[in-house]
Write a protein of this length. Structure first.
Lengths: 470, 404
């Protein structure tokens, strides 16, 4: 196996565990071991995401009947999601706690809820953030009692007389065991155990004892008067849950091509440590295979990785707060709006002819303050299409300011003949083919200043498919 | 253009072909597949045009049960008076804004399917659309679309489906093949015509050690080629038919031009948005339905003149219908089952296909479905597109008899 230079390894680590290395920093010349240590240290604290959402009063029945009031609420909710989206994306790009941001993104796609109320979305986000790097059983319990989750999967309607299985089903199928490792009867019995798990308008968990089914249940071969907590406990006691989670984490952090042997070893370790998430991640980030050429540069950046990465590397500042959202929706991944409860499919699902063409234009456009235009499909759940303005509704223009000064500085002493090699190593996670390098050489104007050369080459490199990989 | 670095004569020829605008025909839009058969011929030359009404069209005010008292009771201010309805049969009639649709109906080109839906319906626009696109059950999550899987199932590699839009719908995404989204052929061509990228893509024609790099370049080359191919193909033909104003009709016109230019795609996709009529529905829905039927009428007329209508079936659907009762804002809220139109020159059974929706036996104020939409998909796949529904639609499907 070819070994990578230390700098390449560090870049790889930071792309996978975070959103890349910003050029403005003079990156410490540390080794992998200490970089990994530093990564966990900077993500140790779980500071909540702070967003001042527009004040929405509880909507009474009378309000709901009033068309104008209804539209006003809708606008407020829409505005709330714009604020949430901007706040989180900016935090991904700027925060020191890179691993916590990345891990929160993972859990956001894992416990994927598409909520109506920005207030509940923020609450849920901070629950994920708080437990992102803890032990999975704690996270599972917290998210199962999260008002957004209870609402999204209809547990509010799960009552003793009329059980609603939605939460129980997704809990087993998508959150813990995975398809084929439980029976329909297990779902029914688990649903009974979660009856009465509810929330109040303030967004606090409430256990409604009168709606709870205290009767005997049979779950995964055991009998007892199980409550919700006990069901969750039994689920994490099943090693299959560790396998399921480890496979997903492997796909997210390492490669979409599963490696059964590695996953098996990792998942046993995860189980033995009581589902200690940082320990599992440390094992991955310090494994030799993590830096193998079959792993480095083998992932298609998710739209969020692409956008947060650009923002992190080039100080992108959008001139309109809706712009990041527009880009995300055009590319198929909008924060706080996962496709469905199974999350984003990822990998090659990100790519089709239009998303690829758009991806290749984004980097160069943002760096040149050029307008990017795209017609978006409507999202009637959050932004009902205005009938009369319908035709303009979909067309969005994105503009932003960005800076290359960090990159200019880092490359100021690099000689012309080494420029392409050095620059492509900084920007790309896969080696540039000699033919492409030759092509780039032809595109450097002879008389340009050193900085202009760096700029021109950067624009070209960001427009290459290779930049879409990490 | 600057001199190009080339490895071999072969590449040089490729690049000069690109430079001179003589574009190579892309594999997946190639008139000939690998076994040498024309693409459309393997579906007997037939094609499907899907028209999506986004937002949840109110079916009860589209195909109106104008002889049913329950309808008038449930909608004191929103019901369409029986004297205004464009009567069809079986006690049903069209919204007065749909005169052109009635003309199509009278010529035997339209089949109306009532009460189309699925078990445990979802009232979120996004999720319900997701279900319609992926053809999943409501508790099943698929990352590919039904038409995408149809593309995957075709024997020869790379066949095309075209959506007239900037972004591609899930319906057209398969595991191996995806459709292409083209809002405007010229703009699509310009957006993919970056010379540096074209050269980079050509330089990449050889295998790369990193399979993802290969995959992205392959997609890029296909996109560039199809943009060039469509540009070449549609350069000559311009529809002479008059279409109404508006984006939707323009999109249908684009489809007609692609068809008339000999582009051999089997599936086309277009959307009309704005049907989420919670408030003051009457005027808004009427103008949308007028836009829909006038657009479709011109489209059908255009295809007929090109002798292409008999090879075409148009399916018009929405992600859900609305509740039976109106709300307090002269609108309607999200409902469940809905009607769906099939339009074509060679329908076996035109007219009202099945019974009008039952307004007596409701599920908490909502219509119960009687036709699962996946059975319509299966019928289109098997009886129209020569596909194999069993491998494309999960779960048990039943073909609708006598329709296609």
């Amino acid at each position: 196996m070819k070994t990578l230079a230390r700098e390449q390894k560090l870049q790889h680590l930071y792309w996978r565990a975070g959103f890349g290395i910003p050029f403005r920093n003079d990156q410490a010349r540390s080794g992998i071991k200490s970089a990994v240590r530093e990564l966990f240290k900077s993500s140790g604290q779980a500071a909540p995401l702070q967003v001042a959402l527009p004040h929405t009063e509880t909507t009474g029945q009378a309000d709901a009947q009033n068309a104008d009031m209804r539209q006003k609420r809708q606008r407020e909710r829409q505005q709330g999601f714009v604020l949430l989206n901007n706040a989180w994306l900016t935090q991904m790009a700027t925060s020191q706690a890179q691993l916590r941001e990345k891990m929160t993104l993972f859990w956001h796609g894992h416990f994927a809820c598409r909520l109506r109320e920005p207030r509940f979305a923020l609450l849920q986000h901070n629950t994920l953030r708080q437990h992102a790097l803890g032990k999975f059983p704690d996270l599972l319990l917290a998210i199962s009692k999260d008002p957004g989750m209870l609402q999204f999967l209809n547990n509010q309607q799960n009552r003793k007389q009329r059980p609603n299985e939605n939460f129980a089903r997704e809990l087993l199928e998508l959150f813990t065991l995975g398809r084929g490792h439980y029976t329909e009867q297990d779902i029914k019995e688990a649903a009974r155990a979660f009856t009465g798990w509810s929330y109040n308008p303030q967004g606090e968990f409430v256990f409604r004892a009168r709606q709870h089914d205290r009767g005997q249940k049979t779950f995964m071969g055991k009998r007892g008067n199980f409550n919700g907590e006990e069901i969750l406990q039994m689920i994490v006691e099943n090693p299959r849950t560790a396998e399921f989670l480890t496979s997903k984490l492997y796909a997210f952090f390492v490669s979409e091509v599963p490696n059964p042997e590695r996953i098996k070893a990792l998942s046993s370790y995860f189980y033995e440590t009581g589902y200690d998430i940082p320990k599992l991640l440390e094992k991955i980030f310090t494994a030799k295979w993590f830096y193998g050429t079959d792993v480095v540069g083998s992932k298609i950046k998710s739209p969020i990785e692409l956008l947060a990465g650009l923002q992190r590397q080039f100080d992108v500042r959008y001139t309109d707060s809706r712009s990041p959202l527009v880009l995300q929706r055009a590319l198929g991944q909008e924060l706080f709006r996962p496709t469905n409860v199974s999350g984003w499919a990822g990998g090659r699902n990100w790519i089709d002819s239009s998303t690829l063409a758009f991806r290749l234009r984004i980097g160069p456009a943002l760096l040149q303050d050029a307008a990017l235009e795209v017609n978006l499909k409507p999202d009637d759940d959050t932004e009902p299409t205005a009938p009369r303005k319908r035709r303009q509704d979909g067309l969005r223009t994105v503009r932003a300011k960005a800076s290359l000064s960090g990159l200019h500085q880092q490359l100021q002493n690099v000689k012309d003949r080494e420029l392409i090699e050095k620059l492509s190593q900084k920007l790309l996670q896969v080696p540039l083919q000699p033919e492409t390098a030759a092509l780039l050489t032809q595109h450097i104007p002879a008389g340009a200043t050193h900085d202009d050369k760096v700029t021109l080459l950067t624009l070209r490199l960001l427009s290459l498919p290779e930049y879409q990989l990490c | 253009m600057r001199a190009m670095a080339t490895n071999s004569r072969r590449e040089f020829i490729k690049m000069s072909a690109l430079a001179s605008g003589m574009l190579l025909v892309p594999n997946f839009l190639h008139g000939l597949d690998r076994s040498g058969l024309p693409l459309l011929a393997s579906s007997n030359g037939k094609r499907l045009v899907v028209v999506q009404l986004s937002g949840g069209n109110d079916g009860l005010n589209t195909v109106v049960p104008y002889q049913n008292d329950l309808y008038y009771k449930a909608r004191p201010t929103l019901a369409i008076p029986s004297r205004e309805v464009l009567t069809l049969e079986k006690g049903l009639g069209l919204n007065p804004a749909m005169e052109k649709m009635r003309l199509l109906y009278d010529q035997g080109y339209v089949s109306v399917l009532n009460s189309v839906g699925y078990p445990n319906p979802d009232r979120s626009h996004f999720r319900s659309m997701d279900i319609w696109h992926s053809a999943s059950a409501s508790d099943e999550y698929l990352s590919t679309g039904w038409l995408g899987r149809y593309l995957d199932s075709l024997p020869a590699a790379n066949h095309a489906a075209i959506e007239v839009d900037d972004t591609l719908s899930l319906a057209l995404k398969g595991a191996q093949y995806t459709g292409i989204a083209v809002q405007d052929v010229k703009r699509f061509f310009q957006a993919t015509n970056d010379q540096f990228l074209k050269q980079a893509a050509q330089a990449h024609a050889e295998e790369h050690a990193h399979h993802q790099v290969d995959y992205l370049y392959k997609t890029l080359i296909e996109t560039q080629q199809s943009a060039g191919y469509l540009q070449e193909k549609t350069k000559v033909y311009r529809s002479k038919k008059d279409y109404p104003n508006g984006e939707f009709a323009r999109h249908l016109k684009t489809i007609a031009e692609l068809i008339a230019s000999g582009v051999e795609s089997r599936v086309y996709y277009a959307s009309l948005t704005g049907f989420d009529t919670h408030v003051r529905q009457a005027g808004q829905q009427a103008s949308l339905l007028r836009e829909l039927s006038e657009g479709l009428y011109s489209f059908v007329d255009d295809l007929k003149q090109q002798q292409e209508f008999d090879n075409t079936v148009i399916m018009v659907f929405s992600e859900f219908g609305r509740r039976v009762a109106q709300n307090a804002s002269n609108g309607t809220d999200h409902g469940t089952a809905n009607n769906l139109f099939l339009i074509g020159g060679k329908l076996k059974q035109a007219g009202i296909y099945n019974e009008a929706p039952n307004l007596q036996d409701l599920d908490q104020g909502d219509l119960r479905y009687s036709i699962d939409f996946r059975n319509i998909y299966a019928t289109l796949l098997n009886n129209w597109l020569d596909g194999n529904a069993t491998s494309i639609i999960s779960g048990k499907t039943q073909l609708l008899t006598g329709l296609l």
